[in-house]
Design a protein around this ligand. Structure first.
Ligand SMILES: *Cc1c(COP(=O)(O)O)cnc(C)c1O
Length: 454
């Protein structure tokens, strides 16, 4: 018998349900507020943007929600995903820790994002929607939605943050291959885009701006198009819980339960999907563990933001959510982890952070790429810059174990590969990656522009 390097589940072991953390929260989530009335929003406010099934999931208090069979069938293209024991990394670090990672890089587009894209497209298709609009940062979400839209026969319109459009031309090609149309944001297509370009013709764009454009394109389509969001919202995090449910079973196969769980956070979906089934165990008092969210120093919403009501987008068109935010007008520096450049954070993740159930840490991009290279050289998989944040977090935990001599179990989510991010690696090796200072002044300014609520 050899020591296993990875733990695989049969296709039959694919979760049949998503796990809804809202059912188990000790205190309910603060309501989402209509910016005009100051009152909690209702389904009618969201109906122009989302299908009813998704709106129902957003507020559902059911603990488990069945995954429709056509979505499960599509998941089987690559799920269940492997859980690896990172023996190479353990050796490279010379740590007594047991390090595991859940490998979400094996999806058709190379990240966790299709877990929710397929679900969202399916519900839209069921309600007769023919076209979807969305934004994308690094291009991962755009690729996932383009893939899922193609799978279920819908068309797809993507607003891509301009700096990523320039840094990652092959992500654009991939979306187009799946049949999507791609527009660099800010663009002349929308009121929101034109307003930004008037103020700043050289704008790099941001996720907040691209969301404004995609929302506007759906809201002004007279019902022809709906909008799809790749992170932040409750239903998105719930769809991602297939990751954590599988990981829990696979760690059981290895005879382990994690002492520390690590994930990177941009909008919070891969972290939430990985961590929430473990949070369930923690809340039930069955097991205890530390859960660490890792964010970039250039956009540190949990570690530096304020827990207040804010808009999800830059043009102030979305409802107000209570979240740790750097302010909707804050535009993060153009770090290569494009998927982590967001001013806010998923309300569910913020709620857990506020209750002290999870921790957060922020890193500059050079140490993150150093971790990425260590991982590529010891485990073989070349990580996305976003995923490298989780790797850096896990390595730091493993090095603490080396100091203390403790054989802790550390598990992290490898949310995406970096095959389309080679420019970032080139820049790192050339010593050309700036470690942007924490932008205290810009955050202070953005926080002074927060909406007044209540
Ligand atoms: C989109 C993306 C992220 C950031 O989004 P979350 O919702 O925080 O997961 C992180 N990593 C990868 C690989 C992504 O594609």
């Amino acid at each position: 018998m050899h020591d296993p390097w990875k733990y695989l589940l049969a296709e039959e072991a694919l979760p049949a349900q998503w796990y809804n953390l809202q059912a188990d929260l000790p205190e309910p989530l603060p309501p989402v507020i209509h910016p005009g009335t100051g009152k909690p929003i209702g389904p009618d406010d969201l109906a122009p943007l989302f299908p009813m099934a998704i709106i129902a999931q957003e507020v559902s208090q059911e603990r488990y929600i069945d995954i429709p069979e056509p979505v499960r069938a599509a998941y089987r293209l690559w799920r269940p995903t492997p859980l690896h024991r990172a023996r190479g990394l353990e050796q490279a670090l010379d740590t007594p820790a047991h390090i595991y990672y859940k490998n979400e890089t094996v999806s058709p587009v190379g990240s966790h994002k299709p877990n929710t894209a397929l679900a969202q497209v399916y519900y839209n298709q069921q309600e007769g929607v023919r076209a979807l609009t969305t934004e994308t940062g690094a291009g991962q979400w755009g690729c996932a939605l383009a893939f899922a839209a193609q799978h279920f026969g819908l068309s797809c319109e993507v607003y891509m943050v301009k700096v990523s459009y320039q840094q990652k031309p092959y992500r654009r090609s991939m979306m187009q291959t799946y049949g999507a149309s791609v527009t660099p944001s800010p663009s002349e297509h929308t009121q929101a885009g034109r307003a930004i370009l008037e103020r700043d013709p050289d704008s790099n764009g941001s996720l907040g701006i691209a969301i404004s454009e995609a929302v506007e394109a759906a809201a002004t389509s007279g019902g022809a198009k709906k909008y799809s969001l790749g992170s932040v919202l409750n239903h998105v995090l719930m769809h991602q819980t297939v990751i954590g449910q599988e990981a829990l079973k696979q760690l059981e196969m290895a005879g382990e339960f994690p002492d520390v769980l690590v994930g990177c956070i941009g909008g919070g979906s891969n972290f939430g999907g990985f961590a929430f089934p473990f949070v369930r165990e923690k809340l039930a008092g069955k097991r205890d563990l530390r859960i660490v969210a890792v964010e970039p120093m250039a956009s540190p919403s949990l570690t530096k933001g304020q827990y207040v009501y804010d808009f999800g987008d830059t043009a102030m068109t979305t409802p107000l959510m209570k979240m740790y935010t750097l302010g909707h007008s804050f535009v993060p520096a153009p770090i290569h982890a494009g998927g982590l450049r967001y001013h806010g954070m998923a309300p569910l993740v913020c709620h857990l952070y506020d209750m002290g159930l999870i921790e957060a840490v922020a890193y500059h991009q050079n140490p993150v790429f150093e971790a990425a290279v260590t991982f590529a050289r010891s485990e073989g998989i070349l990580p996305a810059p976003e995923a490298a944040h989780a790797i850096k977090g896990a390595i730091d935990e493993a090095l603490k174990c080396k100091e203390s001599g403790e054989a802790k179990v550390i598990a992290f989510n490898l949310c995406g590969h970096g095959h389309f991010d080679m420019q970032a690696y080139d820049d790192y090796f050339a010593g050309k990656l700036p470690d942007y200072e924490y932008p205290a002044k810009a955050v202070e300014q953005a926080l002074s522009e927060l909406p007044q609520v209540g």
